[in-house]
Design a protein around this ligand. Structure first.
Ligand SMILES: NC(=O)C1=CN([C@@H]2O[C@H](COP(=O)(O)OP(=O)(O)OC[C@H]3O[C@@H](n4cnc5c(N)ncnc54)[C@H](OP(=O)(O)O)[C@@H]3O)[C@@H](O)[C@H]2O)[C@H](O)CC1
Ligand SMILES: [K+]
Length: 511
C-alpha cells in the first residue's frame, strides 16, 4: 500500500470529486459515515458519554457528520466546536446546519480555557480538531485543551490524524499532540504513523478505504510503501513439485565467538526453516559440538582459532554468505571479514558485529558486493551513518548511505524500514514480544535463506522482514509477548509462509 503525503491526499480528494462527479460534502459524508460504522460496530449502542471535539475545517466537518449519525442512533453525544479560528470551511458549515436540523443540543463553543468541559476517564473522546490541514504547531489554550484530553486518560479516537501531528515532520519537544488510543485514517497511511518518534501518538491504526479515485491513486508516484500480507505474498515464489535441495540454495553463516555460539545457531535454524536447501556454518572451533548437536541438519566448518574468527574459507562455494552475529570485533575478526569481502562477488548479508566492524573500518564498505543487505538496529545504524536530528533526517541519511554504497539497508525497529536508494518499504507485521535477544539473528537467517533461493536482494529483505514479523505474531499469540524467544520466531516461519495465502476472516464472517 502506498504511503501518501498530505498534498497527494488533497489532490486525490479533488480528482475524486471531479471524476466521480460528487461534491466535497458528499465525499465527507462517505468518509465520516465509514468512521461512524466502525464506532457503532464496536460500541453497539453502549450508553457511554461521547465527547466530539471538532475543529473548524474539514476534519471538524468529519466530526460533525460522525456526531450526527451517533445522535441519530441514540448515543449520548456532546459536541464541542474548538474555535481556534473564526473561519469555517464550507463543508463544516453545511454539516453544522444539518446537525441543527436533527437535535436541539447544539454544539458548545470553546473559545478559551473558561469553556473547557470536564473530561472523565470513562468518556469516549473523538478528536476531530485537526487533520492533514495542520500547518503550524498547536498553541495557547488549544494546546492546553489537548493536554486536558491527554491527561483525562479517556479513550481517544483520532479522526484521520491525531491533532497536532504533522504528516511530514516530527513535532517539536513539548508540542501539543493528541495521544490517541485508536486512529481511523482515510484512504492511505501517513509516514508519521510508523516512525519511532511519532508512532506512539497514533495508538492502534485502521485505514478506511473511502473510495478515492482508483486510477489517480494507481498513478501517484510514491516512493514509500507499507508492507502487509498482500504485498508480501506478491513477492513469494512457490516451490516446484519437481525440485531438489540444490534448487533452494546453499547458505553459509559466518559468525560466533566463545560464549556467543547460540547466535549462529539461531541464524542457521532460521535459514533452514525458511527453506534453504543446504546450510553450512563457518565458526570458531569452540562451537563445533554445540552446532552439530543443536542443528544436525547443518554442516560445520571451523576456523583454526578456537574462540574467534580469523580467516574466511575462500574456496568454499555457497550461493550466499551471511556474516556477523556473535562474531565480536577483534582485529583478527576484522581480517576475516576483509578476506570474505575480497573473495565473495555476490550480495552478502551483514549483521551485528559485522556492521560494527564496518563502522570501525569504513574502507571495508567499498568492498561490499553491490546489493548486499545490511540489517542494523538503530544503535548500529548510528555508528554506520552518523547521528541524525530526527526520524526524517535519519531516513534521508539512510537513503544517501544506500545510494553511496549500493546496498539495501534494513533498519530494525517496531516497524522495520527497508531502504534501497529513494525507495522505502515500511513493515507492518510483528509485535513487542520480538524485542528479545537473538531476534535479529533469526531475521538475518530468513533474509539470507531467501537470497540463496534466488530472490532479488530487495525482495529478500522486504519479504524476510515481513515473514520474520509474522512468525513473531504467531509465536506471541501462542505464548504471550513476554515468553517469545528468538527460537520461537524461527519455529513459526512455516506458519508465516502458509499464512501469506490465507485470507483474513472478518468478524462478521465468523460463526
Ligand atoms: N481526502 C481525504 O482524505 C479527505 C479528507 N477529509 C478531511 O479533511 C481533513 C483536512 O481538512 P482541512 O480543512 O484541509 O484541514 P484541517 O481540518 O486539518 O485544518 C483546518 C484549518 O486549520 C488551520 N490550522 C492549521 N494549523 C493550525 C494551528 N496550529 N492552529 C490554528 N489553526 C490551524 C488551517 O487553516 P489556516 O488558513 O489558518 O492556515 C487549516 O486549513 C482531513 O484530515 C480529513 O479529516 C474529508 O472529510 C474527506 C476526504
Ligand atoms: K484529528
Amino acid at each position: 500500500m502506498k504511503i501518501l503525503t498530505a498534498e497527494q491526499l488533497s489532490e486525490a480528494d479533488k480528482r475524486t470529486i471531479e471524476r466521480q462527479n460528487i461534491t466535497s460534502e458528499e465525499l465527507m459524508e462517505r468518509a465520516a459515515t465509514l468512521v461512524f460504522n466502525e464506532i457503532h460496530n464496536r460500541l453497539n449502542g453502549a450508553p457511554i458519554p461521547i465527547k466530539v471535539f471538532c475543529g473548524i475545517g474539514n476534519n471538524g466537518g468529519d466530526g460533525l457528520v460522525i456526531a450526527r449519525h451517533l445522535i441519530q442512533h441514540g448515543y449520548h453525544v456532546t459536541i464541542y466546536v474548538v474555535n481556534y479560528s473564526d473561519k469555517r470551511s464550507d463543508d463544516f458549515l453545511a454539516n453544522y446546519e444539518k446537525l441543527k436540523s436533527i437535535t436541539n443540543d447544539w454544539p458548545q463553543l470553546i473559545k478559551g480555557e473558561d469553556n473547557f468541559p470536564e473530561i472523565n476517564t470513562g468518556d469516549f473522546v473523538i478528536d476531530a480538531m485537526f487533520g492533514i490541514g495542520l500547518n503550524r504547531p498547536i498553541e495557547g489554550w488549544v494546546a492546553k485543551l489537548v493536554g486536558l484530553i491527554n491527561d483525562s486518560k479517556a479513550f481517544t479516537l483520532a479522526i484521520d490524524m491525531p491533532s497536532g501531528l504533522f504528516s511530514d515532520k516530527v513535532p517539536g519537544n513539548d508540542a501539543a499532540v493528541i495521544e490517541a488510543d485508536f486512529t481511523l485514517s482515510f484512504q492511505a497511511p501517513k509516514l508519521v504513523f510508523f516512525l519511532p518518534e511519532t508512532m506512539d501518538y497514533v495508538g492502534d491504526l485502521q485505514i478506511l478505504d473511502i473510495g478515492l479515485d482508483r486510477e489517480f491513486l494507481a498513478e501517484i508516484k510514491a516512493p514509500i510503501h507499507l508492507i502487509e500480507k498482500v504485498e508480501a505474498a506478491s513477492l513469494y515464489k512457490p516451490r516446484k513439485t519437481n525440485s531438489h535441495k540444490g534448487d533452494y540454495g546453499h547458505v553459509l553463516i559466518v559468525g560466533g565467538s566463545y560464549g556467543k555460539i547460540g547466535s549462529v545457531l539461531l541464524t542457521a535454524t532460521a535459514a533452514l526453516k525458511t527453506g534453504s536447501g543446504l546450510c553450512s556454518l563457518y565458526i570458531p572451533e569452540c562451537g563445533y559440538n554445540i552446532v552439530q548437536t543443536g542443528l544436525p541438519e547443518a554442516m560445520v566448518l571451523t576456523d583454526k582459532d578456537s574462540e574467534q574468527l580469523t580467516t574466511y574459507p575462500e574456496d568454499f562455494e555457497a550461493d550466499v554468505v551471511c556474516f556477523g552475529m556473535g562474531a565480536g570485533t577483534s582485529q583478527k575478526t576484522v581480517g576475516a571479514l576483509e578476506d570474505l569481502l575480497n573473495s565473495v562477488k555476490e550480495p552478502v548479508v551483514i549483521d551485528a558485529d559485522g556492521l560494527n566492524i564496518l563502522s570501525n573500518n569504513k574502507k571495508l564498505l567499498d568492498l561490499l558486493p553491490k546489493d548486499s543487505v545490511l540489517t542494523p538496529h538503530p544503535g548500529e545504524l548510528k555508528r554506520l551513518i552518523g547521528e541524525w536530528q530526527d526520524d526524517f533526517d535519519k531516513l534521508e541519511k539512510a537513503k544517501d548511505f544506500s545510494k553511496k554504497y549500493d546496498v539495501v539497508l534494513v533498519i530494525k525497529g517496531a516497524h522495520s524500514f527497508t531502504i534501497k536508494g529513494d525507495e522505502i518499504y515500511v513493515n507492518n507485521s510483528g509485535n513487542p514480544g520480538m524485542a528479545t535477544a537473538g531476534s535479529g539473528d533469526v531475521l538475518s537467517g530468513v533474509i539470507t535463506s531467501l537470497l540463496g533461493q534466488s530472490y532479488e536482494p530487495l525482495s529478500a529483505a522486504i519479504l524476510g522482514v515481513y515473514l520474520h514479523g509474522r512468525s513473531g505474531d504467531f509465536a506471541a499469540s501462542e505464548l504471550g509477548y513476554e515468553s517469545v524467544l528468538a527460537g520461537d520466531i524461527a519455529q513459526n516461519i512455516g506458519k508465516a509462509v502458509k499464512d501469506l495465502f490465507q485470507s483474513e476472516m472478518k468478524d462478521s464472517e465468523r460463526n
